[in-house]
Design a protein around this ligand. Structure first.
Ligand SMILES: NC(=O)C1=CN([C@@H]2O[C@H](COP(=O)(O)OP(=O)(O)OC[C@H]3O[C@@H](n4cnc5c(N)ncnc54)[C@H](OP(=O)(O)O)[C@@H]3O)[C@@H](O)[C@H]2O)[C@@H](O)CC1
Ligand SMILES: Nc1ncnc2c1ncn2[C@@H]1O[C@H](COP(=O)(O)OP(=O)(O)O)[C@@H](O)[C@H]1O
Length: 283
């Protein structure tokens, strides 16, 4: 368990799958982002836009009705559903991203109780993790493919230990998280750690300018979008975390760390992706 985590190499990272000339939007999955409680429509919009930016064919935002005008103004490409939502009619190629701006009220608890019973691929973040910490692994009643994206505060809640204890041995923390809850994990922060089936790595990209509200919501949307376009969980985890961090570095180089907004990270994602495409084209 004490083997080191190897640094991922951005230069060697495979990019997105090439899109067939016959492709249509149904070829690239359907992401449902569940969050956007009162006052937090922004988190829902950021995660939804991020899923589109990595090529997801359709994105539906599932939020509190108060979040919807915000979403419609900022992301007209997304469709939406109001809370309370049921998920009995999800399409076969659905991927859920749950947590951005969700809050921890009764409606959020009800949503999570249902989502824990679903078998589609899922990304769990933010308040979804806080609610999971309250219920424990029994909330997850199916063996659905799940990616979990805690920051150290959320990891501490999930393990019932202090943030200081998480930070004192981050490798032990992520190993314990996977042992307790299963699935695929990123422990976020400076040099995020990644732990999946074949992935046991750290990401040395990124910068402290990314410590800004909404930055993690962008990562959640990227990961869900990558699952939706067909990458497996290990590859979604490693490409998603590195892409997010590289986009943060591109944005910070342009505008400085202090001024960085989560929306700037999102806006830099296409340029980070182009670095991969151009490298594969030999340019
Ligand atoms: N525009 C929007 O709509 C946005 C909406 N958002 C949404 O808000 C919701 C709640 O998010 P949140 O930020 O209020 O709660 P959370 O992250 O649990 O922090 C609470 C405490 O945890 C700790 N802590 C946090 N990070 C830590 C770290 N890295 N390392 C160590 N500890 C850390 C820290 O405790 P302290 O250290 O201060 O004691 C902190 O005070 C969530 O749904 C999210 O999606 C946000 O994304 C912002 C933009
Ligand atoms: N010092 C840092 N160096 C590199 N990346 C960072 C740093 N601080 C934060 N990040 C990244 O920014 C994101 C912050 O996510 P999170 O704490 O969930 O923010 P929020 O809840 O506001 O969306 C994570 O991906 C994390 O790895």
């Amino acid at each position: 368990m004490t083997e080191p985590f190897a640094a991922l190499n951005w230069q060697a990272m495979p990019g997105l799958p090439v899109r067939s000339p016959q492709a249509h939007k149904g070829s690239f999955g359907h992401v449902f982002v569940v969050g956007g409680g009162p006052g937090m429509g922004g988190a829902l919009a950021l995660a939804s836009a991020a899923a589109y930016r990595v090529g997801s064919g359709l994105v539906t935002a599932v939020g509190h009705p108060s979040a919807i005008p915000y979403l419609a103004a900022h992301l007209p490409e997304a469709t939406w559903r109001d809370w309370p939502a049921a998920f009995g009619d999800l399409p076969d190629h659905a991927v859920l991203a749950v947590g951005p701006g969700l809050g921890q009220g009764l409606a959020a608890h009800d949503l999570l109780l249902e989502i824990g019973t679903l078998s589609c691929p899922q990304v769990w973040d933010a308040d979804a993790l806080n609610i999971l910490a309250r219920f424990g692994p029994k909330l997850l009643t199916t063996d659905a493919l799940r990616l979990f994206t805690p920051h150290p505060g959320e990891a501490a809640r999930l393990l019932g230990i202090t943030v200081a204890a998480v930070q004192a041995d981050r490798i032990a923390a992520i190993v314990r998280l996977r042992a307790r809850y299963g699935g695929y994990w990123v422990l976020k922060g400076h040099h995020s750690l990644l732990l999946g089936c074949a992935v046991r790595n750290l990401c040395t990209l990124g910068n402290p300018g990314m410590a800004t509200g909404g930055s993690g919501d962008v990562l959640t949307g990227l990961l869900a979008g990558l699952l939706a376009v067909g990458l497996d969980a290990d590859r979604s985890l490693s490409l998603g975390v590195c892409l997010h961090a590289r986009a943060g570095d591109i944005a910070a180089a342009e505008m400085g760390e202090a001024s960085l907004l989560a929306g700037d990270i999102l806006a830099a994602v296409p340029r980070a992706l182009q670095e991969l495409t151009q490298r594969h084209d030999g340019n």
